[in-house]
Structures are given as structure tokens and as C-alpha cells.
Design a protein around this ligand. Sequence first.
Ligand SMILES: NC(=O)c1ccc[n+]([C@@H]2O[C@H](COP(=O)([O-])OP(=O)(O)OC[C@H]3O[C@@H](n4cnc5c(N)ncnc54)[C@H](OP(=O)(O)O)[C@@H]3O)[C@@H](O)[C@H]2O)c1
Length: 286
Amino acid sequence: MSKPVWFITGATRGLGAAVTAAALRAGYHVVATGRDVDRVAQSSSDRLLTLALDITDGAAATAAVAAARQRFGRIDVLVNNAGFAQLGAFETIPDAAVRAQFETNVFGTMNVTRAVLPGMRAQRSGRIFNLSSMAGYIGGTHYAVYAASKFAVEGFSESLAAELLPFGIFVTLVEPGFFRTDFLTTSARFGSSTIADYETTTIANRAQLDARHRDAAGDPAKFADVLITLGRSPAPPVRCTIGADAITAIERTNAAVQAEIDRWRDLCSLPADVEFTGAHEGRSSG
Ligand SMILES: NC(=O)c1ccc[n+]([C@@H]2O[C@H](COP(=O)([O-])OP(=O)(O)OC[C@H]3O[C@@H](n4cnc5c(N)ncnc54)[C@H](OP(=O)(O)O)[C@@H]3O)[C@@H](O)[C@H]2O)c1
């Protein structure tokens, strides 16, 4: 069988650049895209195609996918990696900044997904990795806007996972912990106004983020290797939490959510007769 074709967004740096390098090392065909094509990882390999793509531009996503197909004939794996974090107390973030966060993290992810799906459906196979975050599962102080966007990615991806399984297309949510990239420095935006009530938490939070970024144990190359392994799995998971920090945080949250359900069960367990089946129930991980 011919080598798979990977299509990666946000490949100028960070996790996207690491996944590009790992996919090339694995011998795959790679379409690496970024807003500034000159900053996308270069290689002399004829297995690499670099393309300009700002994911907020739906027409550009369609054109990039068409160019990828023209060159390699198909796309087997889409990595929706491009994103940034709008952090800060909700009240300090203007409406336009909230919308910009959703334009990239949510609607951008949908743009590229929309562009690849007809081809994947026609070939009755494909894999989509959507980059979420611990903040796609757990909300926290000064994460209201970023977490809202990643929760949206989670709901989108989980639903899509169920919807596309009959066509042989696997959708996997990827939830990284803290990995050493420019994400919390170059890519993070903070609220633009100052509100005295939030000052202490803002300062504490920024200092904490800087330290987490600087000292993060998470190695992007190892993250990329996990994605390559998932790409080969015959039954990839609906959700993959990567990094011991993220696994611990999500396990603690799951336990706390269960404890809260138990604590309020008697009050809230009103009679109902509709069963809702989620994506996890339709898919066994392997
Ligand atoms: N690193 C972490 O600890 C961490 C943790 C949880 C989740 N994540 C998620 O992982 C993904 C990658 O983050 P990273 O750590 O690699 O961050 P990064 O080093 O800051 O890289 C972000 C990438 O996204 C690109 N990008 C942003 N907006 C874009 C747009 N509109 N169109 C195309 N590309 C765009 C950037 O391009 P430019 O170079 O042009 O700016 C860059 O290539 C993100 O979705 C992030 O939410 C990261």
C-alpha cells in the first residue's frame, strides 16, 4: 500500500512543525501548511509539499486541499493543529477578541475539516486529529475564552467521530498537557483592559504560565511520535490525552464530576426515558 498522506495546519513552529518532521521521518507524504509559507518547515524531500494557509479563510482551505490532492492524489490524515490562546479574565477581553479566538480555533478547524471530508468519504477512509487541550475538558480562572473555544472543538469532534465512523473515518481529539512551544508566549493574547478586582489573579496567573512554559517537561518531538503511533492504530481513540500532567488533571476532574453527580443525584434524577448514545460508546479503542 502507498505511504499515507498527512495534511498539517500551523506547521510553521511548535507542535505542527514537530508533527511535520515526524511524518517525514516515518516516510509519509506530507502537506505542511502555514500562514507564512516561507516559515513552514523546509525539506529537500519530494514527499513534502508546503502551502500557504490561514485556516480562517474557507476558500483558501478548499484551494489548499485541492492542491494537496493534485500533488499526492488523496489525503489520509488531517492534523487540525493551528490555534492560539486568548487568555485573561473574561471581562477584560473585548467581543472582537472573543470572536477572533473562535474564528481560528473553532471555525478555522471546521473550514479545513469541511474541505477534506468529501475526499475522505469518497475513499471510505481517513483520520482527523483535532488539537484540543486540557482546557478543552477543564475550565479554569482566566481560561474562559480559550476554554470555550476548545470545548467547542471537543463537542464538534466527538459528534463528528460518531457521524463519520460508518465511512471508515476516525476522528480523534488530542488533548496535550504543557509542551515546550511558543504557545504561551508568542501565541498567547491577554485581556486588553485592566480591572482592579482581577489584578492579583492576573499577575499570579501570568507568572504561573510563564514558568509552566519555560519549565514544561513536554517535548514536542515525543508528542509527534505519539501522533504517528495513533495514526497507525487500527482503532484510534475518540479522545487522546497526551502528557502525564494532562492525564492527572483529567482523571481528577472525572472523579470530581462523578462525585458531584453522586452528591446531587437524589435531587436531580428526575424520571426520563430517552437514552443518549455518545461517540465513546460506539467505538472501542485499540
Ligand atoms: N503547547 C502546548 O502546551 C499546548 C497545550 C494544549 C494545546 N495546545 C494546542 O496545540 C496546537 C499547537 O500549539 P503549539 O503549542 O504548537 O503553539 P505555537 O508554537 O504557538 O504554534 C501555533 C501554530 O498555529 C499557527 N496559527 C495560528 N493561527 C493560525 C491561522 N489562523 N492559520 C494558520 N495557522 C495559524 C501558528 O502560525 P504562525 O507562525 O503564523 O503564528 C503556529 O504555526 C494549538 O491548537 C494549541 O491550542 C498546545
